[in-house]
Write a protein of this length. Sequence first.
Length: 261
Amino acid sequence: MATSMAVDTVAELGFPYWTPLRRRFPPDSPFFASGNVERELLAKQVALDLTEDEINHLQKFVETESRRISCPIVGCPENLKSLDNFEDHYKARHTASCSVCSRVYPTSRLLSIHISEAHDSFFQAKVARGYDMYECLVEGCGLKFKNYKARHRHLIDKHKFPTTFEFFKKTQPSKKQREKIQRQRVPKLKHKEDVSSDAMEVEDKASMDGLVSALSTLTTSDTTPSTVSFGRRHGRGITFVPRSVRREERTESSSAPGPTN
């Protein structure tokens, strides 16, 4: 019956491409998702009795929380909530920073002391000559010392610094830096081993050649003198005859025929 009525209506209107049909959605259909969210928000606002000003304040708070300021310094992961927080962070962490080793100090005075002690060759030359160059870290003290340990004892005894305090502490390299140093060191060690082995081979060959030449020139006549003289009269000497010559003389004398009667 409904189909026939729809066909008659289409025929009357003269539009045969589609016909309007009523669709029914269940309460949990995704079709109502956006409306449900809006209804829940309105219900929460009514339950809290929020005014328009309070609603605007909450919206601004959400916007400011989502807009954080990232520190532009390379390697710094800080995200600041406001411009004032960023200025305080920059003054505390990046104003008194060493450009050589990237150490950060709370004041520019401590940074200047660090640069002089760690990166100034003129400072080290003065220390080597015995000048008092290590200045007290406490502003207004003004005392200077000959070495780092003397100043460290002064800070502990006079200014009650903790015994574990270290103004200049060597930083441990990271894992990546240690691996990089190890990779750079391996070819150098291999090259040194090759050079040392070659030098040992050359030295052994040279010593062997020298030994062979020395043995070849070594003879009995060179080491054994022909005559030994005692006293001032060199004519009276004892003549040494080699054993081989003695044997030859003995064999000749034994083989010679005796006298005949």
